[in-house]
Design a protein around this ligand. Structure first.
Ligand code: PEP
Ligand code: MN
Length: 383
């Protein structure tokens, strides 16, 4: 994927940036007391953080708490003047943007439910024209990298250069222990497409429970993300939204101080040499894996031809079930986790089915198998 953005580096606009940049505060603004008490406690620990609070809440079902509305902007101003914290909130319409600008909110973010809609993102982008307020773009609810990139481009095209992406997890069938599946591979792809783009992790919405936040926050730091957005409330259990996932300012302090912040570059020459040696071994093994996969797919194609000539369907569910069960058992003996083996087998099997289906629909004989890359052909660069 290609993503070219014109970005002002984070440390040029977020002064005294040190990892992690912290965005903390309640899911929703509820009352003046809740806002000020939470903000004071956060400011006591992290005076350099950004205070977040949702003023307008996108709720899945109506007749739930849909945000306190405009009065919350006044409380944000109070938070800022009393604690000195910068303030941030979610915008979903041009009207939200205008109100935030009028009330001196420092950072805006586009929520996951808005990123999915290019009309809404464009409306927000148009309302931002002529300003240079920092804007964070949360990933869309669905694991669609193009939508995420598209929203970042729309905001950037409006002239906003202080931008960052927020990784808050994706809705999927199988979220495992998470409220939203992290799908770290999509973050890697986004960073690969645009390395200068700062990426902030929101472990609260990924985890959905405080217990998972330390693990997710550490993983985000090890993935070289620059910041964390963590929902923080003086009384999490009685929060008006997302009560299950918020932490107290004290718990936040524990989470942040337990983090191990590692460096993304290797300055020490000895460390660098050792790392390169290990990387060379990995490269060799990866090559061997690719060659084996190419050989395996060539056999799949031969099976496809055989099935075609004998009128056998491509898929035999019982066989596939046996295959994956055995794979999981063998993987387990080798110390490979079940989910990893499942994912790998699904990938290999999907490609195998594709090859077989392709062969099925060509008139090749099993004695004269179609030309498929062998491992050797692949490494010598022949088709
Ligand atoms: C939020 O930050 O409270 C929120 C609604 O987030 P998301 O858009 O990630 O669901
Ligand atoms: Mn929330």
């Amino acid at each position: 994927m290609k993503l070219e953005l014109d970005i002002t580096p984070l440390n040029q606009w977020f002064l005294n940036f040190s990892k992690p940049m912290l965005i903390a505060g309640p899911c929703s603004a509820e009352t003046e007391v809740q806002m000020l008490t939470t903000a004071r406690q956060i400011a006591a620990f992290y005076p350099g953080s950004i205070f977040r609070a949702g003023i307008w809440k996108p709720r899945t079902r109506p007749n739930t708490f849909e945000g306190i509305g405009d009065i919350g902007l006044k409380w944000m101003q109070q938070v800022k003047s009393e604690t000195g914290l910068l303030t941030a909130t979610e915008v979903a319409t041009a009207e939200h943007v205008e109100k935030c600008l009028k009330h001196g909110i420092d950072v805006l973010w586009v929520g996951a439910r808005t990123t999915v809609n290019p009309f809404s993102v464009q409306e927000i982008a148009d309302a931002l024209k002529g300003t240079d307020i920092p804007v964070f773009v949360k990933n869309p609810i669905f694991p669609d990298l193009q939508l995420w990139a598209g929203a970042l481009e729309r905001i950037n095209n409006a002239g906003i250069k202080k931008i960052a992406a927020v990784h808050r997890g994706f809705h999927s069938y199988d979220n495992g222990p998470f409220r939203n599946s992290p799908k770290w591979e999509l973050v890697i792809e986004l960073k690969t497409a645009c390395n200068e783009l700062p990426v902030i992790c929101d472990p609260s919405h990924i985890g959905g429970t405080p217990e998972l936040i330390p693990y997710l926050a550490q993983k985000a730091m090890d993935m070289d993300m620059c910041g964390l957005m963590i929902e923080t409330h003086v009384q999490p259990k009685s929060a008006w939204s997302d009560a299950k996932q918020q932490v107290t300012p004290y718990e936040l302090k524990e989470i942040i101080s337990d983090l191990n912040i590692r460096s993304a570059s290797v300055a020490d020459i000895e460390l660098q040499t050792k790392l390169e040696e290990l990387r060379a071994i990995i490269d060799k093994l990866d090559n061997e894996l690719l060659e084996l996969l190419a050989k395996r797919m060539a056999v799949s194609a031969q099976i496809g031809a055989y099935k075609r000539d004998n009128s056998i369907t491509v898929l035999q569910v019982a066989h596939w079930k046996k295959l994956i069960e055995n794979g999981i058992l063998r993987g387990n003996l080798l110390g490979l986790p079940k989910d990893f083996i499942k994912g790998l087998y699904h990938l290999i099997h999907d490609e195998s089915i594709r090859r077989q289906t392709e062969v099925m629909n060509k008139s090749t004989s099993p004695l004269n198998p179609p030309k498929i890359n062998s491992g050797q052909a692949l490494s010598s660069g022949e088709g």
